[in-house]
Design a binder for this molecule. Structure first.
Ligand code: ZN
Length: 153
């Protein structure tokens, strides 16, 4: 399925560059041999799919692999997420999801939260496009669900 392309002309140039860099060279594509958590997000509206496999060491994320296909926003966002959560605890990863969701919903984050989001700040430019917020959130909300599920097991 082909995804509609995103009109980048209204997004800040620097943000645009970061997003396109992640889209063209997604991070953490290397399969990890074993995983403790499998994360899948599907956005039927856009045809986006993201899959992440996560290896834990205790309650910390020691390795992540990401694969998927779909629009530039969904794939760039998942690539950024896969980088950001490495080395984080599950609670920290869930907090990142909550902060990112708040940012995409137009809430102001404090400086620490923005720092923690790192390059994902680039996606804040997407919040002007309500249809794309789902694309940007896809991997993050899938991760949030997977953390919840993991903790209840
Ligand atoms: Zn999409």
């Amino acid at each position: 399925m082909s995804s509609p392309t995103f009109d980048f002309s209204e997004v800040d140039d620097l943000y645009q560059e970061i997003i396109l860099d992640h889209y063209r060279s997604p991070r953490n594509q290397k399969e990890i041999p074993e995983s403790d958590m499998d994360v899948t997000g599907i956005n039927p509206f856009c045809g986006d799919e993201v899959h992440m496999r996560i290896k834990l060491s205790g309650e910390s994320i020691s390795a992540v692999s990401f694969s998927g296909n779909g629009c530039s926003i969904s794939q760039a966002s998942a690539s950024m997420l896969s980088d950001i959560i490495k080395g984080k605890s599950l609670d920290e990863a869930n907090n990142l999801y909550v902060d990112f969701r708040d940012m995409m919903h137009g809430n102001d984050l404090n400086e620490d939260s923005m720092d923690n989001l790192g390059q994902a700040e680039a996606l804040s430019g997407v919040k002007k496009f309500p249809i794309r917020i789902k694309c940007a959130l896809l991997a993050w909300s899938a991760l949030g669900d997977a953390v919840k599920k993991h903790k209840s097991e």
